[in-house]
Design a protein around this ligand. Structure first.
Ligand code: NI
Length: 185
């Protein structure tokens, strides 16, 4: 991340993150085009600010109500920031080999479940400077990339688990929301 982005993130107002079952989380996001440049430039620092504050390792534009094919990732391995901006991603290849790991999502605060996904992928995307990337990804980065790319399709991590577990998570979230509303009242 260049110094100007670091400064912009520290000064940015974090976006509020939408919580499931907000209908905006279910919409397929629009491709980022030339007309979206100013919106994207303004949104990136606010997305990072929201993700770091949460804290989390990935956040997609639809989670803050922006219908754009844009997400950010920072695995913060060993506490070191390594931000990645992904615009208009395409997953070109998914390995037949799968892996199961526990996942969460900032739109499902406090909720976790084991999710099975391809272990490795090959993906193509643009970064915040418009540069084109094509890379093979594996491990946590591949998992996070797939989770965030799902958000752009309106797909959530709970769609990859059984209906029983999904309903349990949604009930727990609703209960949490009621408690929050009660405290506010
Ligand atoms: Ni998520």
């Amino acid at each position: 991340m260049d110094d100007s982005l670091v400064a912009a993130v520290s000064e940015a107002a974090p976006f509020p993150i939408l919580v499931a079952p907000d209908p905006a989380l279910r919409r397929k996001a629009n491709p980022v085009g030339p007309a979206d440049q100013a919106t994207v430039r303004a949104a990136i620092p606010r997305l990072f600010a929201a993700m770091y504050a949460a804290p989390g390792i990935g956040l997609a534009a639809p989670q803050v109500g922006l219908s754009l094919r844009l997400f950010i990732i920072d695995l913060q391995t060993d506490g070191v920031r390594d931000p990645m901006v992904v615009i208009n991603p395409e997953i070109l290849y998914r390995s037949a080999e799968v892996e199961t790991r526990e996942e969460g999502c900032l739109s499902f605060p406090g909720q976790y479940a084991d999710v099975t996904r391809p272990r490795a992928i090959r993906a193509r995307w643009l970064d915040e400077t418009g540069a084109r990337h094509e890379r093979a990804l594996e491990g946590l980065l591949a998992r996070c990339f797939q989770h965030e790319a799902d958000h752009l399709e309106g797909i959530l991590f709970v769609d990859h688990i059984s209906a029983l577990k999904r309903n349990m998570i949604l009930r727990r979230l609703a209960k949490r929301q009621r408690e929050k509303d009660a405290r506010r009242a």
